[in-house]
Ligand binder design. Sequence first.
Ligand code: DGJ
Length: 376
Amino acid sequence: MFKIRFFLIGAFTTLTVNAQLEKNEFVSGEIWKDTNGTHINAHGGGFLFYKNTYYWFGEHKIAGSQGNSAMVGVGVYASKDLYHWENKGIASAVTEDKNSLIQKGCIIERPKVIYNKHTDKFVMWFHHELKGQGYEAALTGVAIADTITGPYTYLKSFRVHPKVLPQNFSEAQFLKAKPINNRKDENWKQKVIDGAYFVRDFEEGQMSRDMTLFVDDDDVAYHITASEENQTLLISKLSDDYLSLTHEYIRVFPGGRNEAPAIFKKDGKYYMFSSGLTGWSPNPAKLAVSDKMMGDWTYLGNPCKGSEKEKNTTFWSQSTYVLPVQGKKEAFIFMADRWQPKNPIDGRYVWLPVQFKKEIPFLEWFDSWDLSFFDN
Ligand code: DGJ
């Protein structure tokens, strides 16, 4: 009797999982099961299309509030069609070694992986905080692998651009700026814009928190990160091997308070989705455009259309990536996280098609949608 019941439960579970997978649609905010029937665990994700397969890298979270720290590492999933995701395991694991910077309990967020054609290596960058130090370290980390699913070898973590001036901040501006640390300082915002945190961190290197990578059509790669206490973004050109930052970098939207940058390119223009600064809680998204990655960026406002609540919370989510869909023209998916800080493993995913009106990208909610959306 027990065996029969067990068999029936097993068969029923398989049927339910398969029925869901058969749907071939994106239902944002729901549990997204992998091909084993387990909720996909890859938060703050980054995507890479390689040899006809999409790979999804993300923070592997665990249950309970300690799941906001890296207790396992970075997970990776693979899919041919963006609907069915196979768990490929942990691409980059934290270690039990208490002397290691990537020891269990540190913070590893928003991992992004890019492939370097010249070195034939996969390179992962991530936001890295040291164990027991909250978000104070503000480092960017780098790991490398010979195969896309890993294992990735951890190389280094660092503050960015010590003792180097950005291209759009002159020596005269630098000499004029005075360091501050006190948000209650009169004219605080203007002082931040003028470089108060920048000069404070000049010797040690600039802070790097929420980050992403973008590889351009000419294979030049860029690192985009929230710096200066999250008040200012920095965009830096990577070295040819994608393992370091060059000295070429710019400050973008000083004092603009952007997190969660996600970049895509369409018709020669670069677009950046970002969020405001409210911890794990959602806030209104922002959109910006530029003719060059290292050029002047212009705000285009909130890209979300819908109810006030949807616009004020970005459909209750925070951006992490924009994925160009292969084989479809001008098809981009806005990808975001619906964080669950009290039980991070239960975090959900919001994927919406990027739409365009008079060439300006916008987002609206769909209860469910599929890739045929882009065929219209
Ligand atoms: C918002 C960031 O975008 C997340 O990646 C994470 O760092 C949280 N803040 C932490 O509060």
